[in-house]
Design a protein around this ligand. Structure first.
Ligand SMILES: Nc1ncnc2c1ncn2[C@@H]1O[C@H](COP(=O)(O)OP(=O)(O)OP(=O)(O)O)[C@@H](O)[C@H]1O
Ligand SMILES: [Mg+2]
Length: 251
């Protein structure tokens, strides 16, 4: 059997102030799976994925990318795209189009191919009208769309999306879901870190529940939700509303 895309082995991290942010996380992320990692604010989702991508060194534990220790792994950057929670930190170009072209240009693709990929990504993420805008003048939701467009243009085989629905309006959510669906059909690996399970759980092959830096549960979405306990701080998204008067999360 092929090695998992990522193997996280006994990852722990304690910050200098004593905050034990991750405790002994062991998790395989298989190629082609759509994995949801959920948990309340501060549960460790972002930190764990930053560690997986080699952007942060944990206090202990090992990460393997396709079976190879992270420090020896090649092609991680061109294979795995990460859409950060803070979209501002990802802006690299002077205009929307330049920003999206940055990744494919770095891959040294022919000019025509870069242009084609940028055209596709701009249109897929609904940024056509803003194509010549300076990214800093985009709204928060548009910046997130831009970040996803950049990854699409890279043609990565895996994508990690950190809170992909934050700040997005209805159309933005739909466009993001269409991308998720499409990537799944293409057999790409998706890792989605989100509290907003109700928007996308239909596409999850597996759900991992993080709480206070520990994996509390993992498995099939329905079974995992059936086992939810209040202290995880996660709302069961299967609750639906029939009337406006029922629309409150205070129940
Ligand atoms: N420099 C730091 N010093 C101490 N603790 C830190 C530091 N940076 C991050 N943390 C802590 O690490 C923990 C995990 O943070 P992380 O950003 O991974 O959470 P998260 O699950 O992504 O939360 P959110 O849902 O808010 O995005 C938090 O408790 C946070 O306070
Ligand atoms: Mg986070």
């Amino acid at each position: 059997m092929a090695a998992p895309l990522f193997s996280l082995c006994g990852i722990s991290h304690v910050f200098p102030n004593g905050n034990k942010a991750l405790s002994n996380i062991t998790l395989d992320i298989q190629e082609g799976e759509c994995l949801f990692i959920t948990g309340s604010n501060g549960s460790g989702k972002t930190l764990l994925m930053r560690i997986a991508c080699g952007l942060f060194e944990p206090s202990s534990g090992n990460v393997f990318f396709r079976g190879v220790p992270l420090d020896k792994a090649r092609n991680l950057r061109s294979s795995v795209g990460m859409v950060f929670q803070d979209a501002d930190s990802q802006i690299v170009g002077e205009t929307v189009v330049e920003d999206i072209a940055f990744g494919p240009k770095n891959l040294r693709l022919p000019k025509g191919e870069v242009e084609e990929r940028v055209r596709f990504a701009v249109s897929a993420m609904g940024l056509t009208e803003k194509r010549d805008y300076p990214p800093r003048r985009l709204s928060g939701g548009e910046k997130r769309r831009l970040a996803v467009a950049g990854i699409l243009a890279m043609g990565c085989s895996a994508i990690i999306m950190d809170e992909p629905f934050a700040n997005l309006d209805y159309h933005g959510v739909v466009q993001t879901l269409e991308i998720i669906k499409r990537m799944k059909t293409e057999g790409k690996t998706l890792v989605i870190l989100t509290h907003e399970l109700e928007k996308a759980l239909a596409y999850a092959d597996k759900v991992v529940i993080l709480n206070k830096g520990e994996i509390r549960d993992q498995g099939n979405a329905d079974e995992t939700l059936d086992r939810l306990i209040p202290s995880y701080g996660i709302r069961d998204p299967r609750k639906t509303y029939a009337r406006a008067a029922d629309c409150t999360w205070l129940n």
